[in-house]
Design a protein around this ligand. Structure first.
Ligand code: NAD
Ligand code: G6P
Ligand code: MN
Length: 435
């Protein structure tokens, strides 16, 4: 029987997870689900936790759902620990987005200055969770969903030493569905290979006959006659430059917009900023509406409104990964995992986001090899930036933090890097014990 603990259980995404477990009830012999949160999230935990209990009951299941602020009690003898916490909650995200934008620089929750600060706040917490896990559930799998998922997963595997960590994101799932829809071919009849790092990966697609369909998809999705399509609620739908994507010979992920058409995305973000409608501000209202719905004692299923959040369908990643490990299903999934030579352009011991089957012993990535030069350069910069962010987060090292800001492609100029870093350090000081 399985015990699953979810850290950040008060998240509005929890019904998404519960729905995913219920869908897989025949594959997952769940006994206990523990939802853990902190004092600041207590009310959210109670509301969404009651909703989770109703969902389980409505499905006719006898799973125990425990709500607690005691992380150690939740971790004790857990088989799977999933993480979906946000240090500082949405108010911290508002600062991550608005402070850079107030200087005319992109502010985004996982990219640029905001993403680096989310990492600074989160990495010490994930490492503390791992210290507890070493003592309380040494055989558990850590399923990390907490952003910036790539850097947090790398910190867990490389620095926390928790090899049984899988980092997840819903973006690849969306791209798979998009390809199937555009080609009019069922998703399971297509073969996908994704490679890169979290929120910065590319993919190629083949059909059952072995024919590569990547260029055709580029035409269908980004061709001159097409409207550009971002299937992500949280990313503005600015069009990529078709000729450039065609030259790439791989499909970009939605987040590449921030790098390939940074100026367009910045322009749009500044407009949102001026209206007081940055994504975090919009999400805060969506979240409030969701929690009003969750309070309804008759609601016992995931409401449609949750699709307004960018992370919708993430249980297709988290719950499927757990089912695939537990049953050695070998489901082909995209996971943030140790590189080990999968991508030859990046260090062996770093974390990459790549395709492969999920076995009982974890993810087994398909070999990818090298990127074309135009992708190689930027991904090496991005990975070096991530490694520097992790070092800064762990050591509270100002010089390393400034260096990461300086080389991050979304932060223009050394003087601006320092200005932003200093302002964000003050704004977030309560959540940065290492600095
Ligand atoms: P949220 O603001 O609702 O936070 C979730 C919960 O975490 C809150 O209830 C909060 O109190 C709690 N929390 C904060 N610090 C904690 C700590 N130290 N220990 C335990 N709980 C703590 O966040 P959200 O919008 O639901 O997102 C949750 C997380 O999942 C974020 O990090 C977000 O970036 C991430 N996310 C990832 C993906 C993905 O693709 N990997 C998709 C969506 C969301
Ligand atoms: C996408 C990304 C997540 C991110 C989310 C933001 O799903 O994969 O990593 O957290 O969008 O969505 P939000 O609704 O919070 O803006
Ligand atoms: Mn993601």
């Amino acid at each position: 029987a399985l015990k699953i603990a979810t850290i950040g259980g008060g998240s509005s995404y929890t019904p998404e997870l519960i729905e995913g477990y219920i869908k897989r009830k025949d594959e997952l012999p769940i006994k206990e689900i523990w939802l853990v949160d902190i004092e600041a999230g207590k009310e959210k935990l109670e509301t969404v936790g009651a909703m989770a209990k109703r969902m389980v009951k409505a499905a006719g299941l006898d799973w125990e759902v425990h709500l607690t602020l005691d992380r150690r009690a939740a971790l004790k003898d857990a088989d799977f620990v999933s993480t979906q916490f946000r240090v500082g909650l949405l108010d911290a995200r508002i600062k991550d987005e608005r402070i850079p934008l107030s200087h005319g620089v992109l502010g985004q929750e996982t990219n640029g200055a905001g993403g680096m600060f989310k990492a600074f706040r989160t990495i010490p917490v994930i490492l503390a969770i791992i210290e507890d896990m070493k003592e309380l559930c040494p055989d558990a799998w850590l399923v990390n969903f907490t952003n910036p998922a790539g850097m947090v997963t790398e910190a867990a595997i490389k620095h926390g030493g928790w090899k049984k960590t899988a980092g997840l994101c819903n973006v690849p799932i969306g791209h798979r569905k998009q390809a199937a829809e555009k080609l009019g071919i069922p998703e399971d009849d297509l073969f996908f290979k994704f490679a890169g790092i979290n929120h910065f990966h590319w993919h190629r697609v083949w059909d059952k006959q072995g024919t590569e369909r990547t260029q055709e998809l580029i035409d269908l999705i980004y061709g001159p006659q097409e409207d550009s399509e971002s299937h992500l609620k949280n990313i503005h739908n600015a069009p990529f430059h078709y000729e450039q994507i065609k030259d790439l010979r791989m499909l970009p992920c939605g987040y590449h917009r921030y790098y390939y058409i940074e100026d367009e995305m910045l322009k749009h973000s500044i407009e949102e900023f001026e209206k007081g409608e940055t994504r975090a501000q919009v999400v805060k209202e969506t979240e409030a509406r969701l929690f009003e719905l969750y309070k309804d004692p008759n609601l016992d299923y995931k409401p449609k409104e949750l699709e307004e959040r960018g992370g919708t369908h993430y249980s297709d990643a988290a719950c499927e990964l757990i089912a695939s490990i537990h049953n050695d299903k070998r489901t082909d999934m995209v996971v943030s995992t140790e590189n080990n030579g999968t991508i030859t352009d990046l260090p062996y011991d770093c974390v990459v986001e790549v395709s492969g089957p999920v076995t009982a012993h974890g993810h087994e990535p398909y070999n990818w090899g090298a990127f074309p030069p135009a992708a190689r350069g930027i991904i090496q910069v991005m990975k070096g930036m991530e490694e520097t962010v992790i070092r800064a987060a762990m050591d509270g090292d100002y010089g390393a933090a400034l260096h990461a800001f300086t080389i991050n492609p979304l932060v223009p100029g050394g003087a601006m890097a320092k200005t932003l870093l200093d302002e964000l350090l003050i704004a977030h000081k309560d959540h940065l014990p290492n600095f």
